[in-house]
Design a protein around this ligand. Structure first.
Ligand code: COA
Length: 375
């Protein structure tokens, strides 16, 4: 088998942020206005008043303290509660391709590669801006990459699934390298009027380069020792938005056309699924959890990551063993684990093992065992 490596990563972080307090103030103003407008029905008992949100709850339940966003004004305006991202003419780069390209440029720099060195582009993320043309082909064009591009979507696990696809393509199609981008504009799929989920997501993009281990030339390269994928159908995280919506106009605008989840059930079911999956993957490769120096886990919920890490290691993980970026970025879906990897992998030593693990809607999970290469 050809040895393959992640040879560079990049992250695009939007310039604007929203703290929990800002988000909660906007949500609570919406609640106040709603309850005032329906005061009579609420007093008559024919309508239930909306409940306020709280920053303390958000930090305690999720670990999220703030998030980066493309447009804070629209989100925080109680009359809008949605980012405003103007449509662009077709002869301008689309916003999703633009943030993917920004992350990709970072990954190319990190890998010491030029677009001419790249054999193809995969854009893999939870929410694609349009049906076609593929965003990946637009990214390919913007960067001047020959070869091919295509999009894929496996919810929050999109990055590791794309990595597995890229590894197979490099091996079998004799490609030099593949650029994978994970652009996520998740604030556009959040129902900011929903108390249970208005705080969960942020916007960001990650990108990384997969190439033959024999050709890498940057300092922070990681051999892909093994990849493993697992999925199990669940409706507990779902979004019914899609091109068929217009064929059933009665459903347009309903809650299910944005992100909906049964958070508690997801927590209960995904923690054992992922920790068992990681155990099996390590065992299958003759490794013990103790051989891992670091786990870059999907960044959705702090307690969830702590519990998964505990179940894998048989003890609490330290902050360096399972680094957290969700406090700053919130859940950025497919970009989350790669942001953690980008921020927290350069300090490890050649020969050290790390594990990248994504999980989310589907359910889907992807595990990648990595070993740091000598620079
Ligand atoms: N502010 C204040 N209170 C809130 C609130 C808010 N924004 N949202 C919910 N609450 C209340 C609920 O009404 C409930 O009150 P009750 O006990 O009086 O009924 C209480 O807080 C607990 O609600 P619950 O929804 O059970 O919270 P939780 O502890 O499960 O945390 C999540 C919610 C979403 C943070 C958590 O379940 C989670 O992150 N799960 C994993 C989800 C995940 O990883 N998804 C992957 C997405 S890709």
């Amino acid at each position: 088998m050809t040895e393959l490596a992640i040879s560079g990563t990049g992250v695009f972080t939007p310039a604007q942020t929203i703290t929990n307090d800002e988000l909660v103030a906007s949500f609570n103003e919406y609640v106040r206005r709603f309850n005032d407008a329906h005061a009579k029905a609420i007093a008559a008992g024919s309508m239930t008043p909306l409940l306020e949100s709280s920053s303390d709850f958000i930090v305690k339940a999720s670990g999220i303290k703030r998030r980066y966003v493309l447009d804070r004004q629209g989100i925080l305006d109680p009359d809008i509660m949605c980012p405003r991202i103007p449509e662009r003419p077709d002869d301008q780069i689309s916003v999703m391709a633009e943030i993917a390209v920004a992350a990709a440029r970072g990954a190319l720099r990190d890998a010491d590669r030029k677009p001419a060195d790249i054999g193809g582009v995969i854009v893999s993320c939870a929410n694609l801006q349009r049906a076609y043309p593929a965003v990946a082909i637009e990214v390919q064009d913007a960067l001047g990459i020959e070869g091919f591009g295509f999009d894929m979507n496996v919810g929050c696990s999109s990055a590791t699934y794309a990595l597995q696809v890229a590894c197979g393509m490099i091996e079998r199609n004799h490609l030099s390298s593949i650029l994978i981008c994970n652009p996520e504009i998740l604030t556009a799929h959040v129902n900011f009027r929903d108390r249970d989920s208005h705080f969960i997501f942020g916007d960001a993009a990650s990108a990384f380069i997969v190439e033959r281990a024999s050709t890498v030339r940057s300092r922070n390269c990681w051999e892909v020792v093994s990849t493993s994928l697992k999925s199990k159908f669940s409706n507990n995280i779902r979004n019914n938005f899609g091109f068929l919506n217009r064929t059933a106009p009665e459903g347009i605008g309903n809650r299910d056309k944005l992100f909906v989840q049964q958070g508690r059930k997801v927590f209960r079911e995904v923690v054992p699924l992922v920790s068992d999956f990681i155990h099996e993957h390590l065992e299958g490769n003759g490794l013990t959890p103790q051989s891992l120096k670091r786990m870059w886990l999907h960044q959705a919920n702090l307690s969830m990551n702590q519990l998964i890490a505990h179940r894998v290691l048989g003890r609490d993980a330290t902050a360096t063993e399972a680094p957290i970026t969700l406090d700053e970025y919130a859940n950025t879906s497919s970009a989350g684990a790669m942001i953690a990897f980008n921020r927290h992998s350069a300090d490890l030593n050649p020969g050290d093992y790390g594990l990248l693990c994504t999980f989310g809607a589907g359910y889907s999970a992807g595990s990648v065992i990595l070993r740091k290469m000598a620079s």
